[in-house]
Design a protein around this ligand. Structure first.
Ligand SMILES: [Zn+2]
Ligand SMILES: [Zn+2]
Length: 341
């Protein structure tokens, strides 16, 4: 058997930079039963390599979650190919707008247990039996009714800086923690109209199926999530019922949707909605900090952390190694300590 040697990162980046054609960054997901994700992975890898597609794709028994960069000239061909498989027919693509298409330098397709970890068994509920999709307009209309129940399906650190008016925001630090929490919080509301939302739609798509499985009759979700809602609100000049920032996992730590600041500095309590990770790497707590505390604490979450951050590098690394053994891996585990000052 011939062993194929893959080019290294440097070579791949150079190849990407030397390209003279345009690439489009697209993303899509779909909950659909895939009997053998590994076979599909091999098939996709073969077909998409031929089309010079790059990206990161996850496949699981429950579906697909894909972010990819496709040469503009091959976009139609790629769509035709994908849609010819009944499981992915008309899966809606999101096209990244502000982007040069050079977001990936290789094609990675991985199989996983789940595309969104929920801590439940594969057959615990039918993930494809989702709720009703609502556009931004339909969502605003539905929110007018005081009896509807709006639920934020994101983690607490996401909803604390931005959320829909009157939304229930569970104190969850992960999606798997949140599903049973929400079921419990909504007990007795099985006949009421439930509105779910998250960042891009992929989490509440799943949550809607989970709630339907547990007897909720009128489950709806914001189609395309806050990202798509914000886009539609802007394009159509509608009122944004989402206030504050949409938390995102990149260096910006959030996209401002409205000027409202709805959260407070963990240290002094003044209005602020800027998330940072504590500059003491042994702590790394994600927390909200105002500019003046940021100066005073030198970007740390507490005096204790500031004192550690001031130490010489070798000493800091030693502390980091020691604490790594004792502290659970969640960056939020120490959040209470930060609140105390
Ligand atoms: Zn402060
Ligand atoms: Zn800290």
């Amino acid at each position: 058997m011939k062993i194929q040697k893959f080019p290294d990162k440097k070579t791949l980046l150079k190849r990407l930079n030397d390209e003279t054609f345009r690439r489009i960054t697209i993303s899509f997901y779909r909950y659909v039963i895939i009997d053998d994700p590994r076979i599909l992975r091999d098939e996709f890898f073969r077909k998409w390599t031929e089309l010079n597609i790059l990206g990161r794709i996850y496949l699981a028994h429950e579906g697909i979650n894909a972010q990819m960069s496709v040469p503009e000239a091959n976009l139609e061909k790629f769509k035709d190919q994908l849609y010819s498989d009944a499981r992915f027919k008309n899966a809606p693509f999101k096209i990244a707008v502000e982007d040069n298409g050079k977001s990936f330098y290789k094609l990675t397709i991985k199989t996983r247990n789940k595309i969104v970890a929920d801590g439940l068994k594969d057959n615990a509920y039918d993930v494809t039996n989702v709720g009703t999709h609502l556009s931004a307009e339909e969502w605003n209309e539905a929110m007018k009714n005081r009896d509807t129940v709006v639920v934020d399906m994101r983690n607490f650190y996401e909803s604390e800086v931005g959320r829909f008016e009157n939304a229930i925001c569970p104190e969850a630090h992960s999606f798997r923690q949140e599903l049973p929490m929400v079921k419990e919080l909504l007990k007795g509301k099985e006949d009421e109209k439930i509105l779910l939302y998250c960042t891009g739609g992929i989490r509440c798509e799943k949550a809607s199926a989970f709630l339907k499985h547990h007897g909720f009759k009128d489950v709806n979700q914001l189609y395309g999530g806050i990202i798509e809602y914000a886009r539609q609100v802007k394009a159509k000049g509608m009122e944004s019922k989402f206030k504050g920032k949409n938390f995102v996992f990149d260096e910006r730590m959030g996209e401002r949707i409205t000027d409202d600041v709805i959260s407070h500095c963990y240290q002094c309590g003044s209005l602020s909605d800027s998330h940072y990770n504590c500059a003491n790497d042994a702590c790394h707590l994600l927390f909200i900090q105002c500019e003046s505390c940021r100066k005073q604490y030198e970007a740390c979450c507490s005096e204790e952390c500031r004192n550690i951050a001031r130490l010489p590098k070798e000493e800091r690394l030693k502390i980091q190694r020691e604490t790594a053994k004792n502290v659970p891996d969640s960056v939020f585990s120490s959040r209470k300590r930060a609140k105390k000052k």
